[in-house]
Design a protein around this ligand. Structure first.
Ligand code: SDX
Length: 440
């Protein structure tokens, strides 16, 4: 950019002939600058209309960077490919929250703190036991997470940095325990308590699958695969659930309540519930021969979507999907090949050759292959959104922390374009009735 380039937009309002100069900063304009554009003194001024926030930056962040066209994802500048290969989930959680990779003493202390919080209050079990045995684990999970706010009232002291850190460590620690307890309740198994000798993911597998053995021994391949999957799900900038986390957090409520709202947003099949929807879709397709008919139905708009495909930001292959696909083959070495994989691979091949998907830049996203791995590892399909919420916890809380510390942030309260009725007077019931009979 040459020195004399003015970092501004000049906007001419053709309704009035007036021109306005609006500063450009970080590739954006402040939407509130548009309010200066008025047709007269009583005019509220211009707003930007952006359903789904397709082109609206709601915050400035230094946590996660995505380049959707290039298929790039970085946490605090570190490429996801390197973190998946060389880091661990707890180290990534530390990185997201503190902004830097930890020294040995720092990660050891962080891991020790997290481990010390893995137990949940015995009374919490009463919440979980209160759910029907066949309740969806995500509903039980997010309700129990919300209940944590009633056990840790100090969570409300959100402007106390050390208090925020304690709640961060608590939630990273307790999410696997709550998830596993909700699962065990749904299958009528006694709760398996945390084992301090195991890794973060090893302990989660222990709490999920421990049977009558005295000490559960996680399969190291599955333990590592789950750790990589958790790294890949840890954050993803301003997605639907993180936006919800920031939105709820903007009212200054405690982080437990905010995170239960974020998990609720994640539950939807268009978001974190997509991994469950992918498995159901693959089962519904049933065989490779049925793929063409399924694709036809999607393209014909018969109310179906190719779940696990498409993304608001990635208009290229989701870099996480590439890594997950590799992990799938490692897991299947241990668990045996998931027969649905062949349908998924064929579905991907056919879709990537079909102009409907190519023209819309629809590629596999993080959810397309992850469910196949979870199923092969023994997780029931209904657990899949919970398996998304556990690792997203450090991401949600890091974004929440960043918002609390951001002086430009204020309570979320968007405007609207009102197209409803103008002023009209109340109509007594008798007149309403008579109006109906007259028109009948
Ligand atoms: C996640 O945002 C994040 O970062 C989320 C996430 C994270 O880590 O937090 O990455 C996790 O949520 C991944 C996405 C998981 N969801 C799915 O796999 C569900 C299937 N995908 C979609 O429903 C859709 O692609 C979204 C929701 C992911 C994105 O929706 P957009 O950006 O609002 O796009 P759109 O719905 O406006 O679709 C644009 C066009 C439409 O066609 P036209 O109306 O232009 O003809 O593409 C079509 C859509 O019909 N389309 C699909 C499709 N996704 C979009 N058609 C068939 N199958 C699909 N999956």
């Amino acid at each position: 950019m040459s020195e004399n380039t003015r970092e501004t937009l000049t906007i001419t309002d053709n309704r009035t002939g007036k021109s306005y100069e609006v500063p450009v900063e970080n590739g954006s304009i402040k939407a509130t600058d548009l309010r200066r554009i008025k047709t007269g003194p009583d005019d509220f001024g211009l707003m930007a209309y952006d359903p789904g926030f397709m082109n609206t930056a709601a915050c400035k962040s230094r946590i996660t960077f995505i380049d959707g066209d290039q298929g790039i994802l970085r946490y605090r500048g570190y490429p996801i490919e390197q973190l998946a290969e060389k880091s661990s989930f707890l180290e990534v959680a530390y990185l997201l929250y503190f902004g830097e990779l930890p020294l040995r003493s720092q990660i050891d202390e962080f891991a020790r703190q997290v481990l010390s919080h893995t137990i949940i209050h015995e009374q919490t079990k009463k919440f979980i036991d209160g759910f029907r045995h066949d309740s969806h684990p995500m509903g039980a999970f997010l309700s129990t997470v919300a209940a944590l706010s009633t056990f840790y009232g100090e969570g409300k002291h959100i402007f106390d940095a050390n208090n925020r850190l304690v709640q961060f460590e608590r939630m990273v620690a307790k999410m696997p325990t709550i998830a596993a307890f909700c699962y065990r309740h749904s299958i009528g198994m006694p709760f398996a308590y945390p084992d301090g000798d195991l890794s973060y993911t090893g302990n989660f597998l222990n709490m999920m699958f421990k049977a009558t053995e005295l000490k559960y021994k996680p399969n190291p391949v599955l333990e590592k695969a789950l750790d990589v999957l958790f790294i890949l799900h840890a954050d993803h900038e301003q997605n639907c659930s993180t936006t919800t986390m920031r939105g709820i957090g903007s009212s200054h409520c405690d982080p437990f309540t905010a995170i239960s709202g974020a998990a609720a947003a994640l539950y939807g099949p268009l978001h974190g519930g997509a991994n469950e929807a992918v498995l159901k879709m693959l089962v519904e397709i049933g065989s490779k021969d049925a793929i063409p008919e399924f694709i036809r139905g999607v393209k014909a708009g018969e109310g179906k979507r190719l779940m696990g495909f498409g993304h608001r930001v990635y208009k290229n292959y989701d870099p996480r999907a590439k890594i997950i696909k590799e992990v799938a083959f490692q897991v299947f070495e241990v668990t045996g090949r998931n027969p649905l994989l062949d349908i998924a691979l064929d579905l991907e091949r056919i879709a990537l050759e079909d102009d409907y998907f190519v023209a819309r830049k629809l590629y596999p996203n993080v959810d397309f292959y992850s469910g196949l791995i979870y199923q092969a590892m023994g997780f029931p399909t209904e657990m899949f959104p919970v398996l998304f919420a556990i690792p997203r916890t450090p991401g949600w809380l890091s974004q929440w922390e960043e918002q609390i510390l951001d002086p430009e942030q204020r309570i979320v309260r968007p405007r609207q374009i009102y197209l409803g009725a103008g002023k009209r007077d109340y109509v007594p019931m008798a007149l309403r009735e008579s109006a109906v009979t007259q028109t009948a």
